[in-house]
Design a protein around this ligand. Sequence first.
Ligand code: FAD
Length: 422
Amino acid sequence: MEHYQVIVVGGGFSGTMAAIAAARDGAKVLLIEKSGALGGAAVLNHVLPFMEYHFFRENGEVVPLNRGLLKEFVDRLRENNGILANDSTFNEEYLKVALDDMTEKYGVDVLFHTTLIGANRNGDKLTSIEVFNIEGKSTLTADLFIDATGDAMLTLLSGEPFKIGREPDEKCQPMTLCFRLGKVDVDKFYSEDFATVNEIWKAKLANGDFINPRENILSFIHTTDDVLHLNSTRVNLSPVSAKERSDAEKIARKQMIELTNFLREYAPSCKNATLLSSATEIGVRESRMIDGVYTLTGEDITSCRKFEDAIAAGNYGVDIHSPDGTGTLRIHIPKGEFYTIPYRCLLPKGLTNMLVVGRCISSTHEAQSAYRVMTILASVGEGAGIAAAIALNDGVAVQNVDREKLRKAIDGRDLVEGYPLS
Ligand SMILES: Cc1cc2nc3c(=O)[nH]c(=O)nc-3n(C[C@H](O)[C@H](O)[C@H](O)COP(=O)(O)OP(=O)(O)OC[C@H]3O[C@@H](n4cnc5c(N)ncnc54)[C@H](O)[C@@H]3O)c2cc1C
């Protein structure tokens, strides 16, 4: 296999945008993905919609906060009726195609059905990775690697340190199997049934009637009128135990049937509902996070801290689905405010040619609950791709990327609406 300048492992939002951004700046990039499509959780876990990422300017104007490649992506979805007018509710079939088109446009080589299974390092450098696909096992080499696997698999395999979940007990936010019901009168569900069924749900939960510990019903509209999207199963097992992650799939499917039957019985708008689909894999909100050069904290998020080495921004607040079962903690970011994410959170301590992007960057449990949404991670990925290209051009370790150059490059790409990050 030919040598690449950058290999990105994982084709979720963060990895795909990192790959595109590095290729746009001239790097020869390979993106490997274990499934058959780009999009990560949006595709594999049925995750929908883009959580709120709009921003209120002082003059009252409302604009998307995250821009850059995300804007190009949303524009593509809009052209194909792949997203509703709210710029948030997307159809993942168009999403997959838009990401294929963008990787093709910017010249990223993509290998689907290719799973990372090993990493080889020499001191502070990753020299190659081992992958498995239809051709068997092979070794891939690159100058720089990006871990975009969500679960920090490249970090794990390369022997770099990481943390798991919250301190001190390492419990993570729960896993959720998203699913969809068809033949629902969705307008009626929200206007007439929603409040009532939530009250009934709470009473029955208190009575011990459910295996699902979630405190209420979390649902969203879909691009198809009569489809209701449910993000409402909840399994509090360990996402980093192979056995528990497997058990979680089965428990969540039982919860799906439980919730479907409940809605059919108690919500008139759902009386004819059909179970359309569940995600290919249960969704993991949180698992490993690298122990990087800087650890982003909940206070950095809630105080809307602006870092000198910011590579992305976000305005989605703390959103912790209880690692213990029932309850969700929300702390909102004030309108017209945002926080930034420093480049140092992407830097491992012991490797000079690896960056980490996505939900597994260096942070606490509290901070991760905020920046983990797809729009923000798209910007984090784009920032990483820009940094990777600078590191390669200048022949420096990722830790030594010239911060002034990085800031200018990031601001030049218009990642944050109307506001340079510096
Ligand atoms: C149930 C649930 C609901 C959520 N709700 C929302 C929401 O409403 N809105 C929102 O914006 N965000 C939501 N999120 C958060 C968001 O979807 C994720 O945090 C985000 O998509 C993570 O992006 P990522 O790029 O880090 O990882 P992922 O999207 O998980 O991508 C990682 C990719 O790496 C690949 N991969 C993993 N291991 C390997 C390997 N060994 N070899 C090759 N490839 C590998 C995977 O197949 C995957 O494609 C939700 C998450 C969950 C789980």
